[in-house]
Design a protein around this ligand. Structure first.
Ligand code: GLV
Ligand code: MN
Length: 195
């Protein structure tokens, strides 16, 4: 959870040069209703990519009115057979509600226990803060979910791309040892992700 606000609102001035925990506020005299409105989640995301999924963010970066308010949302579109791949949010618990389709959702605890459910429309699942989780479309139709977070900027660490597509790259020897495979296998996995 983010810290509590110290004023009614603090619409982010994303262009400010001063660096603070969050973003400085735009002067209140210039704030309008539009600062508290965001239409970005009304549009379906493009799932034509290697994962067959798309996450549209309504966080402080796309919706500056969220600054200091401690909440954000995503729209998650997943094509049949597609996945929002295993990832974690360092700064937030995630609540997911399925609006359309059938979606397998799951997370893994720090004691390596796997918890999962197949969601139908209207059903929810909660992913405790910081734990690795994913969604996978097990239905025949497109799946649509909304996720909500107790942070204006939850952050995301995608397991596959963090390890195999970092910049600069993690040395092959490290990954070969960690995954107990030949360096050729590491190179093959790296080749699947653009950097
Ligand atoms: C889903 O896991 C999301 O992060 O929106
Ligand atoms: Mn997530």
């Amino acid at each position: 959870a983010d810290p509590d606000p110290l004023q009614d609102f603090c619409v982010a001035d994303l262009g400010a040069t001063v660096v603070v925990n969050g973003f400085p506020c735009k002067p209140a005299s210039g704030v309008t209703s539009d600062d508290f409105f965001f239409a970005g989640l009304s549009r379906e995301g493009n799932t034509s990519n290697i994962f067959g999924s798309n996450v549209t963010n309504a966080n402080v970066l796309s919706f500056p009115g969220l600054n200091t308010l401690g909440v954000s949302m995503n729209r998650v579109d997943v094509a049949p057979g597609g996945t929002n791949p295993p990832h974690s949010h360092p700064r937030a618990t995630e609540l997911i509600i399925l609006l359309k389709g059938r979606l397998l959702v799951g997370f893994i605890s720090t004691s390596n226990q796997f918890f999962s459910k197949v969601l139908n429309p209207g059903e929810m699942f909660v992913v405790p803060k910081g734990l690795i989780h994913f969604q996978y479309n097990v239905g025949k139709e497109k799946a649509l979910a909304i996720t909500t977070f107790d942070s204006q900027l939850p952050g995301v660490v995608i397991a596959s791309t963090t390890l195999f597509a970092s910049n600069p790259a993690i040395p092959d020897d490290v990954l070969a040892k960690a995954f107990q495979v030949d360096a050729k296998v590491v190179a093959l996995i790296k080749s699947k992700f653009e950097r």
